[in-house]
Design a binder for this molecule. Structure first.
Ligand code: SF4
Ligand code: FES
Length: 499
């Protein structure tokens, strides 16, 4: 395969960074929402994969950014209200808005800003609950609406045993879950699967999510949805579409997803998403069979008009464990791809946000997986089980409670699966006395289970883990061998599941 390159300069296609000055007329992007967060008692900005908490003056400034007033005029207005010289506060306002422009919150394109009016979201229901010490409020809910999926990706992170459609939660139950989640502190909702658009009642589910005041992210492969359905979802209030791609090389993309014509369908959907004024993120899982096309995938995200690309080295749990040797990149390939990402980040500052998830196998220290167990997010499976992370079912000693049987808040606070690895009390050495224990929270429990055989072991991605050297050896050995054929994932539900 050729070395990874990116023709990012040419791929910009006329998009350029919004440089804020006194004469600029900034507007909040159409998919950014200002929301009240009653649980944390603050005002937040909600955007794709982001929750920002600006101070009161920043909110005041943003409230005036309607695409018609200039930054200089905003400074004059604030100077009068706060009794401060306009020329003193102008540089601060320019700095603030430039930072928010580079984060994709404001733009200088008032016309696009007005296509969909920015919505504020209301307060959560009165059912807010005081959480005991040591139990933070979650920010994100991953709602796995179904495990059905038309693609057959070899790196699928869903459990090996999938849940069957007859047991899937109905829209009324999802509506209850969303209300409870919002009252618990959740702001970002990820509608995922499997393929969430395989649900014919997705519209009703989305309506409930919007009604609950959640920021809505649809995580989709994009091959089942046409323009008419996307228009319906946009009209209901969908904020953001995260579209997965398999490669920039069309034939290889369709081979990896095992879905002929998939790439072309994704391209059409991306154009519709941007046209309808929704936020678009491209999600690009990378591995040894596409890693040298990272530059091409960044170019593709630019050509599609995405505001963000997430380049994520695949992780090995669920179905992906079976394909590890076919997916494991070499350390050198990872290094090359990272160099491409760093150059593109510099070239595309303020135009395309590039998030990069490094591969654990060549890391020194692990990532704080899911932001720490039971700290920031929860997962509800298609049949209603509540999990601390999407791969938690790979830990055999855990049992999961169901939203049909117990209130969501009770499960979050003291469900056995959530208590199992929350905080630091469960840790053994070397984590127990490590000064990073409240930074990475010991890494990933599912990876520790898969690689060290114990969910309470130090994540082998950490160089202080006794299993780290074996992990590096394994990665080096597997990536040096010719890749075996993919074992494709075919949707097959487990029989005798709870209906
Ligand atoms: Fe993180 Fe544990 Fe490694 Fe310390 S020893 S860096 S807490 S995984
Ligand atoms: Fe489960 Fe990391 S995927 S803790």
């Amino acid at each position: 395969m050729a070395a990874p390159t990116s023709s990012t300069a040419e791929a910009r296609g006329g998009r350029k960074r919004f440089t804020v000055g006194p004469d600029s007329r900034p507007a909040l992007r159409p998919y950014v929402r200002i929301a009240h967060d009653p649980v944390r008692r603050r005002t937040v900005l909600l955007a794709p994969e982001r929750v920002l908490s600006p101070d009161a003056i920043a909110i005041d400034v943003l409230g005036r950014c309607d695409g018609t007033i200039t930054v200089g005029e905003i400074a004059v207005q604030l100077a009068a209200e706060y009794a401060a010289p306009a020329d003193r506060i102008l540089p601060d306002i320019v700095r603030l808005l430039q930072d928010l422009a580079d984060k994709g919150i404001v733009s200088g394109d008032a016309a696009s800003g007005l296509r969909r009016a920015s919505r504020s979201t209301g307060a959560a229901s009165a059912e807010e609950r005081a959480l005991p010490p040591g139990v933070p409020a979650p920010i994100g809910l991953l709602a796995e609406l179904t495990h059905r999926c038309p693609l057959q990706c070899p790196y699928c992170s869903n459990p090996v045993e999938l849940e069957r459609p007859t047991g899937e939660l109905d829209p009324a139950t999802w509506a209850r879950v969303f209300e409870k989640a919002r009252a618990l502190g959740v702001l970002q909702l990820h509608l995922s699967g499997g393929e969430p658009t395989a649900r014919p009642d997705l519209e009703a589910i989305l309506e409930a999510a919007v009604g609950a005041g959640l920021y809505t992210n649809l995580i989709t492969s994009g091959v089942l949805m046409d323009r008419a359905r996307l228009e319906r979802l946009a009209a209901i209030g969908l904020d953001h579409v995260q579209l997965s791609i398999q490669d920039s090389d069309v034939a290889n993309a369709d081979r990896i997803g095992h879905y002929a014509g998939g790439h072309a369908k994704k391209q059409r959907l991306a154009a519709d998403v941007v046209d309808l004024g929704l936020a678009l993120t491209i999600n690009a899982p990378v591995h040894r069979q596409n890693i040298d096309n990272v530059g091409g995938m960044i170019d593709l995200a630019m050509a599609y008009g995405a505001g963000r690309i997430e380049i994520a080295n695949v992780q090995y749990y669920g179905w992906a464990v079976r394909n590890r040797a076919a997916l494991m990149p070499s350390r050198e390939a990872v290094r090359r791809s990272l160099a491409v990402v760093q150059t593109a980040r510099r070239d595309l500052q303020g135009v395309l946000t590039i998030d990069y998830v490094a591969p654990d196998y060549y890391a020194d220290r692990p990532k704080p997986c899911v932001g720490g167990w039971g700290r920031t997010m929860l997962v509800v499976t298609p049949t209603g089980k509540v999990l601390p992370c999407h791969a938690a079912a790979s830990i055999p000693q855990l049992t999961f409670e169901n939203v049909r049987d117990r209130p969501l808040a009770d499960i979050w606070v003291d469900g056995a699966a959530f208590r199992a690895f929350r905080g630091t009390g469960w840790m053994k050495e070397p984590c127990r006395s490590c000064d990073r224990r409240e930074i990475d929270w010991g890494g990933c429990r599912c990876q520790a289970m898969a690689l060290a055989g114990a969910a309470d072991a130090t994540d082998p991605a950490c160089r202080l883990s006794p299993d780290h050297a074996a992990l590096v050896d394994l990665a080096s050995t597997e990536s040096a061998e010719p890749p075996p054929a993919f074992i494709y994932r075919r949707y097959q539900a487990r029989p005798n599941q709870r209906a």
